[in-house]
Design a protein around this ligand. Structure first.
Ligand SMILES: [Fe+2]
Length: 470
């Protein structure tokens, strides 16, 4: 059986408004568009990107209309795309051996790569492709072509930015954080009010050695940065002969992993607490509640023992079949605000790409959806029941098919739904044997409702969002 290497093979084909054949029934209420982002090309001529995360940005969209599915895919013609295709260069990215000049340029001169291949959001009324530099792309929602980088209506200088914004369900503002390197290194928490492209500085904290952080958590009153001990001394960026962005980071487990808890209204850092070291890319949901007379924050996230989840993802290893997907543990951390010790428990093992219904964001919730990496020769999708009220916690539902590698499960709530699981899960999966992708539509119990085969194989991607019409 063809293995997951098929998910790291270059894609070059682009199609526009292709009606996909649908097997099964896509619910007629699903009336909107799924957008997904991810790297999809690592080789141009003799030039090859070193790291999975450095492949050229590739966007897909699936438009749902009365049970039909229409597909478009596009490599936005960015500066990074032009440099790869015309100059054979994958410089200045996440991990690159291109060295000194591109690195200093990318991180300190504000001239970072525009290869926005991580996520999507709607900011200031526009579809935007996100990456971990400030060079986010405005995207035409029909053609998926780049309309250039996003202009921020502010004067903030950011170097390393999260691509995992969190949308506040009350105000519609997007929240995020960035790291600014310099003589003083700071983490800055910001919000972008709905309808604007203005990053408003909410709070900040100085750090000696900034960490590589990928996502964070939002609750109604607080924002939580999760700082693993994968840290850098920014002066190292200036040393000749050092590698790409992530190559400048060292794993220092003795530091532990630190939670930095900010009040959202004042921006004040109200608590920090350090726990035994773990690495994480992705938080799931978070919320807060009163327990024993104190406020307790609950943060669910996917944890790894060390930083190998980052370092094992070189293209050489992945294409050679020598390495697997990163596979972490979904954990629930409880962070009391009164100074009591943080505790955690395992909710599920061997999962990644946790998602949940947008309707329960920042609230106590029942279901997380994730990719499961425990099966050989495929990836399943699982529903993890996380409610502390329920009798059955852990992996409660599963969808899998031999030879099929599922992608991030994106939950779309039914517009008139009652129960939290009333909705559908959309996942772009790779049928490794057939060497083509499938868009799979499941219900909230992970029963398959429909599938739509694509005309080609889309390599494994990262993240996406569904936006209802209107
Ligand atoms: Fe991510």
């Amino acid at each position: 059986m063809a293995g997951y290497e098929a998910g790291f093979r270059d894609l070059t084909a682009e199609v526009r408004d292709r009606d996909l054949p649908v097997e099964g029934t896509v619910p007629a209420w699903l009336d909107g568009s799924l957008y997904r982002n991810g790297p999809a090309r690592w080789t141009v001529g003799d030039a090859e990107a070193d790291h999975w995360f450095d492949g050229l940005a590739h966007l897909t969209t699936f438009r749902f209309d009365d049970g039909a599915v229409r597909y478009t895919n596009r490599f936005p013609r960015t500066e990074a795309y032009r440099a790869a295709v015309e100059d054979g260069s994958f410089a200045g990215q996440f991990s690159s051996t291109d060295g000194y000049l591109s690195r200093v340029k990318s991180l300190l001169d504000g001239d970072a790569t525009d290869n926005a291949n991580v996520h999507v959001a709607r900011i200031g009324g526009e579809l935007v492709a996100l990456t971990e530099t400030p060079n986010w792309l405005r995207i035409d929602p029909e053609t998926l072509e780049s309309k250039g980088t996003l202009d921020y209506a502010d004067e903030l200088t950011a170097h390393h930015v999260t691509a995992h914004l969190r949308r506040d369900p009350e105000s519609g503002a997007h929240w995020g954080y960035f790291t600014k390197f310099g003589r003083r290194n700071v983490y800055v928490l910001f919000r972008i009010p709905e309808g604007t492209t203005r990053r408003e500085r909410v709070g900040s904290v100085r750090v000696e050695k900034p960490a590589y952080m990928h996502s964070f958590a939002l609750t109604p009153e607080h924002a939580v940065l999760v700082e693993p001990p994968l840290v850098t001394r920014p002066a190292k960026f200036l040393l000749p002969g050092a590698g790409g962005f992530i190559d400048n980071y060292d794993w220092e487990p003795d530091r532990g992993t630190r939670f930095l808890i900010f009040r959202r209204d004042s921006g004040e850092l109200v608590r920090e607490t350090t726990v035994p070291a773990f690495f994480t890319f992705h938080t799931a949901n978070a919320f807060e509640r009163e327990r024993d007379g104190t406020t307790e924050l609950v943060v669910d996230l996917v944890a790894y023992d060390d930083d190998s989840a980052v370092t094992d993802l070189s293209m050489g290893a992945l294409r050679g079949g020598n390495s697997g997907f990163p596979s972490g543990e979904l954990r629930r951390y409880r962070l009391p605000l009164d100074g009591e010790e943080a505790t955690h428990e395992q909710l599920a093992d061997e999962v990644e790409m946790p998602r949940f219904s947008p309707e329960v964001h920042t609230r106590e919730y029942e279901h997380a959806f994730a990719q499961s990496t425990e099966m050989d020769g495929g990836n399943a999708l699982v529903r993890v029941d996380v409610s502390e009220e329920g009798s059955e916690r852990g992996i409660a539902r599963r969808w899998e098919e031999p030879g099929v590698y599922s992608g991030e499960p994106i939950f779309v709530p039914h517009p008139d739904g009652g129960a939290e699981a009333d909705g559908v899960v959309l996942s772009l999966c790779l049928d490794a044997e057939a060497e083509r992708s499938l868009l799979v539509v499941l219900d909230g119990d992970l029963t398959e409702l429909a599938r739509a085969p694509l005309p080609h194989a889309v390599p494994f991607g990262f993240h996406g969002e569904y936006f209802p019409d209107g």
